[in-house]
Design a protein. Structure first.
Length: 270
């Protein structure tokens, strides 16, 4: 049962690939909370994924866009405003991909063309989304724009490789653009730093199962699930959080503030 938190709000949700995607759960939650939105993903992901199933469930239109293409993004924002019948109140950037991680390149042997691709897809694309929203004047006053990130931007998790740099870029863009958009239109920009979550992007990181187990034991509340993340995103899109801006918001069951936990001591004492 929803709370009508997003009644009358319009938005764009990037990155729903399949039912495990954080963006997928978010779309279901936003729909339940009364929002209308368009769904988008890279053209190749649209062919491989199941987004049409989600579109049917949430009564939304799918508009293809490669998030690294400002041309695609311009089309996406303009079509979304037209389709939804007005300017937007929220945008979710839920995008991540590293060719180096995907192809098993070690951190000491990075392919630099791929490194730049990682930065473009997973970091700079957030700037492109924000700049397009600004240039096309697509946002309503007091709108909320979010991107998803991971704590590897602050601490080293070796197998996260060049994605760590991309997430640092992403979080920095949220601060810089959060200032700019607030001054221009009272629009807030934040990142949510989510627990490891079993999804296509997550499972691409080597040793991911161990990672998930470690984080779970290291978090007093346990790992935050994709559904928990969707709930948090809905609140961040609502009018209940209008003054939260330029923040990297930890959504991790307490992981980032824990030094050691009993669960981990028990495990290591075995
Ligand atoms: N799964 C985790 O453990 C975890 C933890 C913290 C943060 N995150 C972040 O959450 C976000 C969503 O990932 P997820 O875990 O739901 O996995 P996912 O694989 O379901 O989603 C990633 C999405 O990025 C899309 N994408 C890739 N290249 C694109 C491009 N050029 N243009 C547009 N879209 C593109 C993919 O098609 C996919 O839908 C990512 O930013 C990820 O880094 C994930």
């Amino acid at each position: 049962m929803g709370y009508n938190l997003l009644k009358g709000k319009r938005g764009i949700i990037f990155g729903a690939l399949d039912e495990n995607s954080i963006a997928w759960k978010t779309a279901l939650k936003c729909h339940e909370e009364g929002a209308t939105f368009t769904l988008t993903n890279a053209p190749i992901a649209l062919r491989m994924g199941k987004i049409n199933e989600l579109a049917e469930k949430t009564n939304s239109k799918v508009i293809p866009a490669d998030a690294t293409s400002t041309e695609d993004l311009t089309k996406l924002f303009n079509e979304s405003v037209e389709e939804l019948g007005g300017k937007l109140d929220f945008v979710l950037h839920s995008i991540g991909m590293s060719p180096n991680v995907r192809k098993g390149k070690s951190y000491g042997d990075l392919n630099y063309d791929w490194f730049l691709k990682t930065l473009d897809i997973s970091g700079v694309s957030f700037h492109k989304v924000l700049q397009t929203a600004e240039k096309n004047d697509s946002m309503n006053e007091w709108g909320s724009i979010l991107a998803l990130t991971y704590i590897a931007a602050q601490r080293t998790f070796p197998d996260y490789s060049d994605m760590a740099q991309a997430k640092s870029v992403l979080e920095s863009i949220a601060r810089s653009y959060g200032y700019r958009f607030a001054k221009l239109k009272n629009v807030r920009v934040n990142t949510i730093s989510q627990s490891p979550t079993v999804t296509t992007a997550g499972a691409g990181v080597p040793g991911f199962d161990v990672f998930v187990d470690y984080a779970n034991k290291m978090s007093p509340l346990g790992n935050a699930s994709a559904d928990d993340c969707a709930n948090y995103i809905a609140v961040m899109f609502s009018d209940m959080t209008r003054m939260v801006n330029m923040q990297n918001l930890m959504h991790d069951g307490g992981f980032s503030a824990s030094g050691i936990t009993e669960a981990l001591v028990e495990e290591l004492s075995k």
